[in-house]
Design a protein around this ligand. Structure first.
Ligand code: FES
Ligand SMILES: [Fe+2]
Length: 336
């Protein structure tokens, strides 16, 4: 039965395909002087920054007596367990066992088995298994006319599946986003076709007239209503990219990132790239997007369980085509 406890705890966290995917779990700046604990697909993971400057990810469980390593301390790039002081260095190698005589090497199984870990777009990404595909490429990251703005990682009490479904859906705009850009009329969505937006994102292009609530702040224009050419697309499993082009040439790209903490709880963060004149502070630029996110969060946290992934439980219409296609592909992906 959809939404039952069994299905809520099972489908995402037990999926090998999801374990073999990259998931963003923290902001890079958060992994600094102290270890950080994150939960990915119901597994506790410790992150810390090693002497090489890179982030290391490992199960948050000491090989000695299973104390949480995230409760330990980091010094000189090494992580020390809070229980008996075993210390772990680059690549998770156990470099010190305080109770052992000098010169006695740590047991071979004392070394941590790390997870795949990478930093991209100001975020730490972790793969619990063997990555089946690279982290999606965002061209704006290497374009000097764009700046990148990161936002905090928030916890949403909703399944990542329902978040992605929402981020690919424009029909909720006039109902959920009434406090930001949603239109009070024109709920009709013109026919659109799904297409490959580039090598990595699949989705659709569309045009909207949006209320210019924040004036020049976000759109660079002062008209009451502004024309936007937009794309929304997904890269499996849970990455959504939304692009907005204004008539002035201003472009605003959003990466909307949903990571399953477990089947029904998720991390949410988004990254903005924007080719403005950099005169506005980052805080001002993202204030509007944060308000939009808060509107989605308020709605989504009222939805229970994992989004049903079969093609028969939910009723959909033409305007839902993109999220229906993403859901079809996700169901295949999870089975693979
Ligand atoms: S449990 Fe970590 S050193 Fe003993
Ligand atoms: Fe929304």
């Amino acid at each position: 039965m959809p939404g039952s406890v069994a299905s809520m705890n099972g489908i995402l966290c037990s999926s090998e395909a999801l374990a073999n995917a990259w998931h963003p779990v923290a902001r890079s700046v958060e992994v600094a002087a102290q270890p950080v604990q994150v939960t990915l697909l119901a597994r506790q993971v410790v992150l810390w920054r090693t002497t090489s400057g890179s982030v290391f990810a490992a199960p948050d469980r000491c090989p000695h007596r299973e104390a949480p390593l995230s409760a330990g301390t980091v010094g000189d790039g090494c992580l020390t367990c809070p229980y008996h002081g075993w210390t772990f260095g680059d690549e998770g190698r156990c470099v010190r066992v305080p109770s052992a005589s000098a010169g006695v090497p740590p047991p071979p199984r004392a070394h941590l088995n790390g997870y795949e870990c990478d930093e991209r777009y100001g975020l730490v990404w972790v793969c619990l298994g063997i990555p089946s595909a690279p982290i999606p490429h965002i061209a704006e990251e290497n374009d000097p006319t764009f700046r990148r703005i990161n936002t905090p990682v928030d916890i949403w009490k909703v399944s990542a599946t329902r978040m992605v479904d929402n981020f690919l859906d424009i029909t909720h705009f006039p109902f959920v986003h009434t406090g930001t850009f949603g239109r009070a009329q024109d709920t009709l969505v013109p026919r659109f076709e799904l297409q490959a937006l580039d090598n990595e994102f699949h989705g659709y292009r569309y045009e909207v007239l949006a209320k210019n609530t924040t004036g020049a702040l976000v759109s660079g224009q002062t008209e009451k209503v502004v024309h936007r050419v937009m794309t929304s697309g997904f890269s499996l499993p849970f990455v959504v990219r939304s692009t907005i082009s204004y008539d002035t040439g201003l472009e605003h790209t959003l990466l909307l990132l949903s990571t399953p903490i477990d089947d029904v709880t998720s991390y949410f963060t988004f990254v903005v790239w924007r080719n403005d004149d950099f005169s506005l502070s980052a805080e001002e630029v993202i204030r509007f997007d944060l308000a939009i996110g808060a509107e989605d969060k308020r709605m989504l946290e009222q939805l229970d369980g994992v989004l049903p992934l079969d093609q028969t439980t939910l009723v959909s219409v033409a305007a839902d085509k993109c999220s229906v296609e993403w859901r079809r592909q996700l169901a295949e992906f999870i089975k693979s």
